[in-house]
Design a protein around this ligand. Structure first.
Ligand SMILES: NC(=O)C1=CN([C@@H]2O[C@H](COP(=O)(O)OP(=O)(O)OC[C@H]3O[C@@H](n4cnc5c(N)ncnc54)[C@H](OP(=O)(O)O)[C@@H]3O)[C@@H](O)[C@H]2O)C=CC1
Ligand SMILES: N[C@@H](CC=O)C(=O)O
Ligand code: NA
Length: 429
């Protein structure tokens, strides 16, 4: 008998998934054992790019998750509610769930996976991070014997597109954002993407898988790219770096007692594997023992790519249902019970880039150096190249420093009579 799907949402990803499942020739033969049984939408009158018989489409999403005939609920509607409640109801009713919803999983994953384990069902989420790039299953299965020390990646295509264009064209953020919205790369409300929140959801999920514990989403420090200017991109290039929005989860110490999970624009050395990932593409670099470095690269969004990830999860569940094993598969289930402790950003040890505007007075660089020295900040390079009107522009790159100490030094520098402003402070990989 065919496995019956109840799909919630027929937007970009829902449509791509239905198209892939309907066009199943030449793909894995198990796809032929799937029936698109119900599809839930908000509007019945909206034109659709796929053909589905009228009894399949409904606006009653609760009826789908409560329908005893539905085997797998595929949540592709997005948002927190009613997605969270519908997922929990599906689980309570003994249905497996596939979701692309990083927002709901990063915030309510604890509740959802606890409920799923109790009900003996699986919640799979390959599409939630890196779109079509297989990264969730690799972390859960292929790489799971490794001791992971770092996961870092470009996990938001919109911001990578904007930063790439700012870099290649020398344009400012606002101009490129407006253009990206016109071209459909950025959403009308770009907040979740440009403020680093979408990347924060994704790195929280990856950190949980790589570092073996649940992550409280509120502990993830998130900075976006609104403050990145073409001036900084140009200085970074002169110094041998490219600016990327990175999600980073890493152990900070040898004994693995400190875990940092964060999102921020970062100066990445030109020689680093993530430096060459441009446009809407995503890439995730995983470091582990004994494997070393693995980088997963590909399309992080889009109908077809994301449908590929959603359908691979569906396939996994179809195989599970067909083999009919009563015992849960520990490689598919979530195994975390406890929350990981996240080290506050002030304890991060990293290099920094900072740009200062100062009055063109003798001895300013000396005073900067003395103040940094008082806080244990050692400088890798200091450049005074340009002028902005009457003000001299000074750019420094530090050696590794505790963030809290660096910020204290900056506060003191900001108060100096000769310093006009500190327009940018960015971390360096
Ligand atoms: N777009 C992408 O490339 C990617 C998206 N994702 C994730 O996939 C999910 C879906 O994204 P996407 O396809 O872009 O979203 P869309 O906005 O294109 O589609 C959302 C769909 O859900 C339906 N829907 C939303 N809310 C309700 C509701 N309250 N009741 C009934 N139906 C509802 C909409 O119905 P209607 O059509 O009637 O309006 C629409 O069909 C999100 O979690 C997103 O983060 C993940 C990776 C990539
Ligand atoms: N908005 C996201 C796509 C979905 O995950 C992005 O820009 O990467
Ligand atoms: Na993925």
């Amino acid at each position: 008998m065919a496995v019956k799907l109840g799909i919630l949402g027929l937007g970009t990803v829902g449509t791509g998934t239905v198209q892939l499942l309907q066009d199943n020739v030449g793909r894995h033969p198990l796809l032929q054992d799937i029936e698109i049984y119900r599809v839930g939408v908000r509007s019945l009158t909206k034109p659709r790019a796929v053909e589905l018989s009228p009894e399949v489409i409904t606006t009653d999403l609760e009826a789908i998750v409560n329908d005893p005939a539905v085997d797998i609920v595929v949540e592709l509607m997005g948002g927190l509610e009613p997605a969270r409640t519908l997922i929990l109801t599906a689980i309570k009713n003994g249905k497996h769930v596939v979701t692309a919803n990083k927002a709901v999983i990063s915030r309510f994953g604890g509740e959802i996976f606890t409920a799923a384990n109790q009900a003996g069902v699986y919640v799979l989420l390959e599409a939630a991070v890196g779109g079509g790039i297989p990264v969730i299953q690799p972390l859960k299965q292929s790489l799971s014997v490794n001791r992971i020390s770092a996961i870092m990646g470009i996990v938001n295509g919109t911001t990578n597109y904007i930063l790439t264009r700012m870099q290649t064209e020398g344009s400012e953020f606002d101009h490129v954002l407006a253009d990206a919205q016109k071209l459909g790369y950025a959403e009308a409300d770009p907040t979740a993407d440009v403020d680093g929140l979408d990347a924060g959801d994704k790195i929280a999920i990856l950190a949980s898988l790589g570092f073996d514990g649940r992550i409280n989403r509120e502990d993830v420090h998130c900075e976006g790219i609104r403050q990145v200017t073409k001036t900084d991109i140009a200085y970074a290039a002169k110094l041998g770096f490219v600016i990327k929005l990175l999600g980073i989860a890493q152990h900070l110490d040898e004994d693995n007692s400190q875990l940092s999970v964060r999102v921020h624009p970062t100066l990445v050395p030109h020689s680093h594997p993530l430096a060459s990932i441009n446009g809407v593409y995503n890439a995730i670099l995983i470091e582990g023992e004994p494997i070393g470095q693995v980088m997963l690269f590909g399309p992080g969004a889009g109908a077809g790519a994301t449908a590929s990830a959603v359908s691979s999860d569906i396939l996994n569940l179809v195989a599970t249902l067909k083999t009919n094993t009563a015992k849960p598969n520990p490689l598919l289930a979530c195994r975390h019970q406890n929350y990981s402790e996240i080290t506050p950003i002030s304890e991060l040890v990293t290099r920094f880039y900072a740009r200062f505007l100062s009055k063109d007075q003798a001895g300013v660089i000396g005073r900067l150096g003395t103040c940094f020295g008082n806080y244990g900040v050692s400088l890798e390079s200091v450049v005074q190249t340009g002028f902005q009107g009457e003000l001299a522009e000074i750019v420094v790159v530090t050696h590794n420093v505790r963030e809290g100490d660096f910020r204290q030094a900056l506060a003191e520098i900001q108060a100096m009579e000769s310093i006009d402003s500190i327009p940018s402070v960015l971390r360096v990989l």
